[in-house]
Write a protein that binds this ligand. Sequence first.
Ligand code: MG
Length: 271
Amino acid sequence: MIILKTKQEIDSIKEACAITASIFDVVKSEIKAGVSTFELDEIVYQTIKSQNAIPAFLNYGDPPFPGSACISINEEIVHGVPSRKRILQEGDIVSIDVGALYNGYYGDACRTFLVGDVKPAWKKLVEVTEESFWQGIAQVKKGNRLGDIGHAVQSYCEQFGFGVIRDLTGHGIGTSLHEGPNLLNYGRPGRGLRLEPGMVMCLEPMITEESFQIRLMPDQWTLVTEDGKAAAHYENVFSITETGVEILTLTATEREQYAERLQQIENQGWA
Ligand code: MG
């Protein structure tokens, strides 16, 4: 079921998303060799709680997820479980996926960070994953369908020889963390659900160095690449309004970085 949101509801989601984005500002400076994923998770927990919000991932699912952030290193794709034993090493890439529940509405976002000096192939993977999000967002315009977004993400990543995860997808978001529709990172242009104002969704490319096959670890949460190669993840919530597209989980710094693109998408076809 697709739940279209009113402007008021979108404003509420915006608040949850602003809290979600604020986590990246805090956690970014703590990403360095020697830090455990448990310590990073603690920072995420405190940042959410200090804004009177609830960590959306904590105790989510079955078995209940034991952290406030999913922290996934190198070959781990998503849902990495924070642990005192997992210590960041120089050259790692680490994705931090966070969610906040505020006033009944959810925010959900992910960034993949570089730990110190990262080898060029992995740096490229992280850059392409982030850029593929923007390639997908550029397709969010009047007359387009979900398949146009997925196709843009997929074709952008595959030209570099990277793999696009099939078994995990983006999703609608609102008063639930995961709502319909599923937003695939692959697809065919002109196929799937038609985009319309009131949709609020997470677009979250999960991209690997090579194969898109995945494997679940014995902790029942962590998903890794089957071939042991690295994966990157980038996610934002976006809303479709009557005038265009808004991205709700960017930090102030990211808004500056992407100012030109944000201006482009604000009115890309719904005016
Ligand atoms: Mg998500």
